[in-house]
Design a protein around this ligand. Sequence first.
Ligand code: ARG
Ligand code: ZN
Length: 882
Amino acid sequence: MRTDTPPIVRLSDYRPSDYLIDAVSLDISLYADDTLVTAELAMRPNPAGVAGAPLRLDGDELELRAFTVDGATPAAGAWESSPQGLTLHAPPQQPFRLRIVTRVNPAANTKLMGLYRSSGVYCTQCEAEGFRRITYFLDRPDVLSVYTTRIEAAKDEAPLLLGNGNLQEAGDLSGTGRHYAVWHDPFPKPAYLFALVAGRLDTVSETFTTMSGRKVEIAVHVEPGKADRAGYALDALARSMRWDEETFGREYDLDVFNVVAVSDFNMGAMENKGLNIFNDKYVLASPDTATDADYANIEAIIAHEYFHNWTGNRITCRDWFQLCLKEGLTVFRDHEFSADQRSRPVRRIADVRTLRAAQFVEDAGPLAHPVRPTQYSEINNFYTATVYEKGSELVRMLSILLGPEAFRAGLDLYFSRHDGHAATIEDFLACFAEAGGRNLDHFAQWYAQAGTPVVTARGVWDEAAGTWTLHLKQTTPPTPGQTEKRPQVIPIQMGLIGASGRELPLQADNDAPLQGDVLVFDREEMSVTFRHVTERPTPSLFRGFSAPVRCDIDLDDADELLLFRADSDAFNRWQAVQNLMLKHLAKDVAAIRAGRGRAGAPAFIGAFGDFLASEGKRDPAFVAQALSLPTEGDIAREIGSDIDPDAIHAARQTLRQAMATTLLPALRAIRDEAEMEVKFDPGAQAAGRRALRNLALDLIAAAAPDEGAERAASQIRSATNMTDRMAALATLSLLPGARREDALTAWEREFGGDPLVMDKWFGVQAMIPEAGTLDRVRRLMSHPGFTMTNPNRVRALLSAFSLSNPTQFARADGQGFELIADAILELDRINPQVASRMLTAFRAWRTLEPGRRVRALAALQRIAARTGLSVDAQDILNRMLA
Ligand code: ARG
Ligand code: ZN
């Protein structure tokens, strides 16, 4: 059994640092396996700290080479150090200088935290606690310092040297083959925002003129030979910069802004000041290699990291419990950006799909935690859907409750009041309370209470009185450590639709908490009566998904169809279709499990034909979203417990087939209309047309497999872009046979040299819902293109399998669980962050039917029994098995 229980950090234990670091001067001499880091720290006691306290600097796997205090080596006994820290027992009580020399080995750093090498490029990742792997430091976000960084490297190996801030000086070291650059960042920042890059990279750049007329050199740096794939990211960056000026009045503040793409990266990207470092998957795009989804992700993540310059960097977090302060707010900002650049409802639908698939599942299981957690043992495990996505929903609710003007005023106040500081959620909310002139104490509970509230809504129409009364009730299921839940402030954006399909006026009793079309529901139960309701109304609640809750409402299929046809809110039109399908599917799953056989085609399919015909041309992206079936994960979430993935798969296939059969003529018509896309256009309009055409292909394959396979195989050959090629491969992957295997072989021949395109190939095979997939995945793990040291490869193959192939990951014989358990054990020695992320694939294990539950538990227990498991993995296991 393990004995090393990881220590727990608590929000309630926060106290200011006893020392501050005003200025940091770094001199980093890069060698692949022997890099020397000299840090000079200008320090002083913090007036807000404890006078005379010892100074404890953080370290992680460091090798100390030299240490002086004000130029002299302190006496033995006055200090001590280990790879994990350096303590000075009685530091000077006036300003003093430390000089620390450490040695690090970038080439051996497979954790990808701190300084490491990716395809020969030196780069860093310091959030959350990576800087302590470079030098001993007060590695906490409330210690802000001005950094000057001298980077030195061999000129042929690293012609490009990049740091935070502006370039101050550069030159050659004659006769050595080495050169250097000095970067200075005038904006005080926490260590997690430090970065450097040194390597051979190709660059695309342009000049951006800010709203006040300053010129900024913006650049994207990529692997040699890939500059032709960097243009879209550069364009998205310029659009993000303009948007933040126009929408929030935020201007960029340095002379340069650099984006670097590296191929080995734990997460999506990192907002280091003036030097964003990206997973290359979220930078590189060309019509031949990137799908429309890739383009949309690149645009969103480029924007996200850029927006952090104000929400994260200029104003950072006091401690890591406040992570949502920067992440929730920045996700909200990138969602708004994408909505403005593309179609707002289509983006909203996609974002809510993600929220439900990731956050609702997290919130319903053993890893549930509040948007602002109160304790952690490994902070990297809290970069979660709850902190990011639910965190963003809380900011969105704030904007709905306050209205656009007060919301903007609150944000302006936040920027002016906290610029240059490390802030808290309380600081943030105080700005909105002040600007909006309202008390947000109750709203603040959203940050503290975990779990997804369920709102039960029942309407009663009194025809004679012309009134309609809405009875509301809210409950939040218990989550780990929080058994008692209190009511939340829930904004319900709503409308009433008359039988004819017209929108009825919203006239509530005077004392009803109705602000415009937003009903503020902030207690356990509430009833609101609406007057002048002269026809039977169908309520449209949570328009635009105005709150991150589940809504339980007793609408029948006819009501849902009315909303689908007539709601002025596009999100709720989509939701109505989802509800129709989910209700049908849940019933069908129960029937299959009870041995009663599969259901026939549901009547609501009839409405889809007209919809395709009338709206397919006008808004193909929306139509494609609406007619996409819920995923197997969505269905499992709807059912909630005693999950049998095979029954879910069977029910979904039955509905898919029924839909496709009914719609076949219309689907063929969509396919056969000549699509004359002369030049690839990555814009939302063209992407929407591609989405609908490819949905049609996928449905045709369900109704007429042979025809579908033929069309898909021919589309793979003739496609002029990756979206169409990939969609066809995905469709074909569901149809066993030689055509599929030939297409896979051809793909490998064509794209074998391109890791990002091969990731799609790994992924599509990992998701095949067939028993043979287990062996296929095992085989692919020894494919020359696969490696456990690259997070993108691991995710492409193994996360695709564990997260997107429920029938095979959760095989009844437990072999899918065992495969992933083996991989986690291997990966944990290489990269604990990626390993512990993969472990979360088991988070819904308790919802499985008993047989599979036992198998999942056995796999988890086998992992837990391993000695020397990382803290990251132990933390997830402890919570998942508790
Ligand atoms: N701040 C980055 C972003 O959201 C994510 C960095 C996460 N890194 C980590 N090691 N957990 O843009
Ligand atoms: Zn972020």
